[in-house]
Design a binder for this molecule. Sequence first.
Ligand code: GLA
Length: 395
Amino acid sequence: MPEPTALQTRSEWLETTRAVFENQFGRPAEAAVAAPGRANLIGEHTDYNDGHVLPIAIDRFTVAAVGHRSDIRVRVYSKNLDESFECDLDAIPDDRPGWASYIVGVLAEMRAAGHRIGGADIAIFGNVPMGSGLSSSAALEISVATAVERLEGLHLADADMVAICRRADHHFVGIQSGPMDQFASRACRAGHAGLLDCRSLEMTHYPLPGHYLFLSVYSGIPRALAHSEYNERLQSCQKAVALLQRHDPDVRALRDASPELLKQVRGDMDERIYRRARHVITEQQRVFALIEAMQRDDAARIGDILKAGHDSLSRDYEVSLPILDEMIDWLYRQPAIIGARLTGAGFGGSLIAVAERDRIDAERLQQEFLATFDNRTPETPQLWPLTTVDGAKYA
Ligand code: GLA
């Protein structure tokens, strides 16, 4: 992971990446877009169940700098990896490197959606850490898609842009992800959390109380097995919906099921499917409970909701790990911390914590966190304060 101390501002990242483009391709870039990573406050694994999520866009960026070509070729250079890849857009090889799939996938799906996309040179650079659960892949997709949108003079609705990126995930990357990450990277606002209705794809922006500070806590465990485990959770939810529909045909997705209906159907369900469904159905309720608690500025209630959300992810959805649970318990013992939970898909990755801004000494907390958990995880764990930023389309 890049050191948090090595952070640049958004405009510095844009400038640096334009310079990388010029150095690589020998001409100035025609457009550049910085897309942020995200942390989700609550609403985990609800997005592919047509439910609600509450993400923030965070001050970690992936930048795509782009320029036209007169042919159909795409040439991409990743500064982080110091690797290049190129191919014709109408002949994308199966043996492409994994990181390139996101980029060519987005371009191919833009074309498949009927947009006139020609070839392009593309330089990528940024500091959304890969595999950390902060949506580096969505930031990569949205940076490329939004940069090409500007290059070609297109104006896509957020929902259409997100649908294109999801099709790239499904067809080129092999993960059946929901709409949250790309939507957050594209459309969240600084100082706000974005409540996304994942059925209507409408986002409502809620101002965040200024006296709370959000902390990103990287567990030191890169997400592993994420694709297969993730797709398995999705299938369990679909099985639960099929059973619930027998009792109530109006249930199109887990979002439509009440806790009471789930209880009625429990006898027909495999215990594991029941617990998966219980997580999603109760998590839906926690999204609105958290918004209300933040509006009432009820710190104790915020802490309780986040803890209940984490416990549900750990026990019912089984996407946490023992050491992540231990980190959560440790965070709750710190006087300045109001609450914390796993954020993103799980299986490693990151936690998000909420702290009282005027009580926290983030540097001291980071040292104590390291003293407790370093040497117990494959990578160095990290804890740092987040700033919320605007999504790619605003900057
Ligand atoms: C990943 C996916 C999202 C969402 C989260 C879990 O980040 O990309 O669509 O499902 O996991 O909430």
